[in-house]
Design a protein around this ligand. Sequence first.
Ligand code: ATP
Length: 401
Amino acid sequence: GKGLAVFTSGGDSQGMNAAVRSVVRMGIYLGCKVYFIREGYQGMVDGGDNIEEANWSSVSSIIHKGGTIIGSARCMDFIKREGRLKAAFNLVTRGITNLVVIGGDGSLTGANLFRQEWSSLLDELLANNKITKDQREKYKYLHIAGMVGSIDNDFCGTDMTIGTDSALHRIIEAIDAIVSTAYSHQRTFIMEVMGRHCGYLAIVAALASEADFVFIPEAPPSVDWRDKLCDKLEQASYLALVAALACEADQVFIPEDPVPNNWVEKLCKRLQQERKSGQRLNIIIVAEGAIDREGKPITAELVKKVVVENLQQDTRITVLGHVQRGGSPSAFDRILGCRMGAEAVMALMEATPETESCVVTLDGNQAVRLPLMECVRRTKAVSQAMADKNWDLAVQLRGRS
Ligand code: ATP
C-alpha cells in the first residue's frame, strides 16, 4: 500500500483528533500504510519513534478529546533546508510519499515548500548515498493535502476551521456564567477572547450573548455593528442571525463605513443608555487583536479605564485565555474533522504528479478541495491589508471568492 502520514502542526484546536482519526481510518480502509508523525515537523525532522505506524485501534477513543494526541510543535529546524533534508530522508526510508498536514497557514506553507523541493532533496540524499537509486525513483513524487485546525477561523477559503465552533461554545458558557454574577451586582464585565487578528470569535460570541459592545480588529472601533447587521438582515431573529453567521464567514465581517475615531464617547453613551433603561449589567467583548483606526491596540485594560473614569461603573475584566482552546470538541468540530480527514485522504489517492497541493475546506455544507497556495496567499494578503489599515479589503478577502 501507499505510505501516508498525518501530523498536526502550529497551535492546537479541538477537533484535530477527529481529523487524525478520520485520516488514519480512511487511509487504512483504502489500503494505505498509515503513520503518525508526532510533534509536527520536529518529529518529521527527528524521525525515530516520532514516526510510528498507526492501526485502526490506535485512534479509538480520541474523537472526544481536545487538543491533539499526536502532539504539535513549532519547529525551527524545518525552516532550514538542512532540516527538510533530514525530514525527506525519514519519509523516503519509510516509503511515505503522502502527507496530511493539519495546521495553520505557516504549516501549510512549509508543506508546500517541501513538496516543491522534494526532487532536489532526493537528489541530494542520493548524491550523499543516503538513499538508493531505486528509492529515488520509487518515491519521486510527494503529495500534500492540508486541513486547517485553528480556533480563530482566520483562514481564507473555508467557512469554518476545525476548532472554532468548540471555542465558541466555551466562550458562550463563560459569558453565561458571568452574566448571572454581573446581574446581581450591577457590574460591567469586559471579556477578552482569542482570535489573534481575526474578530470572528468576538463578533459571533457578542451576537450569541447579547453583548452591549464588541471590539474587533477588522472594523475599528466597531461601534454600531449590531444595528447595521440587523438592518441589513431585516431584523432577523437572533437565532437565525447567529446560525447564518456561524456557517457563513463572509457575512460576519461586514464592511463598515469608516467611522470617526470617537469610540470612547459612543461606548459611554451606549452603556449609560442601557443602565437608564433598567439593564443591570453590561457586557463588552474585546477581541485580543482589537485596534483603533490608528492601529493602536484597544485592550480590555484600556476599555476598563474608559468605563471607570467616565461612568464610575463597577467594572471587571475576564480574560478567557486557553480555556477557549481546551475541553472536548463540539459535535460540529468532530464531524468537520471527520469529513475533512476523509476528503484529504481521497484527494491524495486521486492525485497525479501534476495535481497541485490542496487544502480541504468547508464551503456551505460541503467539504471541498482548494489549491493550497492560493488560500495561503489570500490569508497572508488579509494580514497585509490589516497592516495597511485597509479593513474593507481585509473583510473582502476573508469572504468567499
Ligand atoms: P497557527 O495558526 O496555530 O500559528 P501555523 O501553522 O500558522 O499555525 P506557524 O508557527 O506559522 O503556525 O508554523 C508552524 C511550523 O510550520 C513552523 O514552526 C515551521 O516548522 C513550519 N513552517 C512555517 N512556515 C514555514 C516556511 N515558510 N518554511 C518552512 N517551514 C515553515
